[in-house]
Design a protein around this ligand. Structure first.
Ligand SMILES: C=C(O[C@@H]1C=C(C(=O)O)C=C[C@H]1O)C(=O)O
Length: 457
């Protein structure tokens, strides 16, 4: 794929955007009606956005990928031909994501996922708060108003929202680990040794599973189930090249910029959920009071404040609290600030936070590269959207997986500090696979040990 295609002609290319209101539909209703999308995004406090095809696509490589995406996207968005009274919620948006590492190869399971890839959808549907809007975008020398209006009419005509509930999960026939329990113990022991020797303070190590489904992967069903169980999470699905989908329900906001208001936060330190309310409270109390968890969390909050120093002002730290999700609870500290920087500049300043990398960052990235035996690809990296004014939201792509036909590869990791215990961290990782595995497993036993954390691969 040529990353500059359609963009090199920016001087003469124009962006034409037209919007109409559609009958109201849920995000799943839109997906069922219009078919397999290239991009889906929704957040607890934002409308859902679904994108089909590409009016423009930008890709970029290496450490400069954040600035390169911004520059190329700015060229596309520079002077849209768009009616002044079109609703703001339906404005053209680029959706996409980045690879975790600068030197991402985009091979093996990550074939079709460049180091950075964003799409300005040809057909963009936005839904939320009882309103559904269709925007059709076209970009290029030949972008024509009449072609855009024709597509607008075509999509409107075939838009009959299908609001059926999700089908029952396809079931799982086999699960294979990238990292056995014995290898994990070895990896965590080596990491804690390096931490104790002073080489670094914290590193987040991860693993992946190779899951074979009994039936075909359905993106609408997966998004519907994640929406039911994780309404407070950032739910996304990205298919940059029409092949595999990278999707998930992440609890972690990397950053939102809305006008000059910036929102981020530290989400780190994890325990499971209790089987009874008392047990659950006890686990939350341990999370709050343990010095190990507090240290693991505070290094993240402190580093995020440092990372913001050059790009934001009025940085304020809210009260630390426990964030409860279906299978885990985390320590969370909200952080707000003011900034007029483009959201991609903020993403560049913040990625990776020590919630997914470690401290110091360079040493942590080195340890990750030397230790992990699978390719992180886009896992734990920024995914989200931005618009012409540089507003946008990015999540950290956690509780996520690659899916293609009947194969799914979920990823999960855990923060390792000096006194981390390999078996406790193993159990934590198994709990973090649950959001994805629960989408596919039958209610009965699937034969994996992911919930209990017991057993070896
Ligand atoms: C690395 C993951 O989660 C991150 C690590 C956490 C931890 O170490 O406690 C908690 C939340 C996330 O910041 C993951 O979900 O894969």
């Amino acid at each position: 794929m040529d990353s500059r295609e359609g963009i090199a002609r920016a001087d003469t290319a124009r962006l034409v955007s037209r919007t109409v209101r559609l009958p109201d539909a849920s995000l799943t209703g839109v997906l069922r009606t219009l078919g397999r999308p290239n991009a889906v995004w929704t957040a607890p406090d934002e409308p859902g956005v679904v994108g089909y095809g590409a009016a423009a696509q930008v890709t970029a490589d290496g450490a400069e990928r954040f600035g390169a995406v911004r520059e190329r996207a700015d060229d596309v968005l520079a002077s849209p031909d768009r009616p002044a009274d079109a609703p703001a919620v339906a404005r053209p948006r680029f959706l996409g994501g980045f690879a975790f590492h600068d030197g991402h190869a985009g091979t093996g399971p990550w074939d079709g996922f460049p180091t950075a890839a964003f799409v300005l959808p040809h057909v963009q549907v936005v839904t939320g708060a009882g309103e559904t809007w269709l925007t059709v975008n076209a970009h290029g020398e030949n972008a024509s108003e009449s072609a855009v209006e024709r597509t607008l009419r075509d999509v409107t005509e075939r838009f009959a929202p299908d609001e059926r509930a999700a089908a029952s999960p396809p079931g799982v026939v086999a699960t294979e680990r990238t990292t056995s329990r014995a290898e994990w113990r070895e990896q965590v022991r080596a990491a804690t040794g390096r931490i104790r020797s002073g080489e670094l303070e914290k590193v987040v190590l991860a693993q992946a599973l190779d899951v074979t489904l009994a039936g075909a992967f359905s993106l609408p069903d997966a998004m519907a189930r994640l929406g039911d169980t994780y309404p407070s999470c950032f739910r996304f699905a990205l298919r940059p090249t029409n092949g595999a989908a990278f999707f998930g329900a992440s609890p972690e906001r990397l950053v939102t910029r809305d006008g000059d208001a910036l929102r981020t936060g530290a989400l780190a330190a994890t325990v499971g959920r209790g089987g009874t309310p008392d047990e659950d409270q006890q686990l939350a109390a341990d999370l709050r009071s343990s010095s190990k968890y507090r240290h693991e969390h505070e290094v993240v909050a402190e580093r995020i404040r440092d990372q913001l120093a050059d790009v934001a002002t009025a940085v304020e730290t809210g009260e630390r609290r426990v964030r409860k999700l279906e299978t885990v609870q985390h320590l969370f500290t909200p952080i707000t600030a003011s900034s007029d920087a483009h959201v991609l500049t903020l993403v560049e300043a913040l990625h990776p936070t020590p919630a997914v990398g470690g401290l110091p960052p360079d040493a942590a990235l080195r340890v990750i590269r030397e230790t992990e035996t699978f390719d992180r690809g886009w896992y734990a990296a920024p995914v989200g959207w931005f618009d012409r004014s540089g507003d946008g939201t990015f999540a950290v792509a956690l509780r996520s997986a690659l899916a293609d036909e009947t194969r799914v590869r979920p990823f999960a990791g855990a923060g390792i500090v000096a006194d981390s215990d390999p078996d406790t961290e193993w159990d934590e990782v198994q709990l973090k696979y649950r959001p994805i595995l629960d989408v596919f497993e039958d209610d009965g036993d699937d034969g994996t040990d992911a919930r209990s954390g017991g057993g070896d691969a």
